[in-house]
Design a protein around this ligand. Structure first.
Ligand code: IMP
Length: 222
């Protein structure tokens, strides 16, 4: 049986079963090799790339009036959103800067309680247009805390751009408070990995967004 680690290694060596094939051109081929029940493709790399281009066009249009003197400030949540934000920022056509926030809120497939933050004490957001770039919005507590923090610090306005949203998982009290302004894909209540998303720090490098089935990992959910 092909394990996910071997799959990842194969992909990033750009080799599939010994053939040298660039991954970006071979999503179908990769689907065919999903012989391990641990994971299934939810969104292929091609779909994600295409959606990112659409989001970038929408964001660029919305911020068309922004000037180089006060560029759009993208705040990327580490580590999960680093791939998404890197792709997004390179497609934007408006002046922008990028900075990073360290956020950690998951242990295995479960929220670890309160999110742990390094909320970028040195980032001056006063009067700035801020776009928080997140990998996935789940209960909403991470985005709620981040938004509150930067509102208190005097940002002119704050919006959220998330690659994925799981609205069915939102804490009821945050339903009206955490509504992403830009969403790549709404998904069901699934645990997903790849394109920056991890399971206990593993699988971030997978080139597709995949559903993770923890029961397959030696029968143990961690
Ligand atoms: P929230 O605070 O509950 O909205 O959680 C958001 C954070 O939880 C994300 O930034 C991810 O780090 C993590 N997370 C939520 N769902 C998933 C998932 O399906 N896969 C990987 N990480 C997830």
């Amino acid at each position: 049986m092909l394990t996910i680690d071997i799959y990842s290694e194969i992909c990033y060596n750009n080799f599939v079963w010994g053939n040298s094939i660039p991954i970006a051109e071979n999503d179908e081929r990769i689907c065919e090799m999903q012989m391990n029940e641990q994971f299934t493709i939810l969104k292929s790399g091609a779909e994600v790339r295409s959606r990112i281009r659409e989001l970038a066009a929408e964001i660029s249009a919305d911020y068309a009036g922004i000037t180089a003197e006060s560029p759009l400030l993208l705040l990327c949540t580490l580590s999960g959103a680093v791939f998404f934000s890197a792709d997004l920022v390179r497609e934007l056509t408006v002046p922008c800067e990028i900075n990073f926030l360290k956020v950690h809120s998951y242990q295995g497939i479960r929220p670890a309680g309160s999110p742990i933050f390094d909320l970028g004490e040195n980032i001056d957001v006063r009067g700035r247009h801020v776009l928080i770039v997140e990998d996935i919005v789940d209960t909403g507590q991470t985005m709620h805390t981040v938004m509150q923090n930067f509102t208190d610090k005097g940002a002119a306005d704050i919006r959220i751009c998330t690659m994925l949203d799981k609205p069915s998982r939102r804490y009821p009290q945050l339903k009206d408070l955490v509504i992403p302004d830009y969403t790549g894909f709404e998904i069901e209540d699934l645990f997903v990995i790849g394109w920056g998303l991890d399971y206990n720090q593993k699988y971030r490098l997978l080139p597709d967004i995949m559903v993770y089935h923890p029961e397959a990992e030696n029968g143990k959910e961690q």
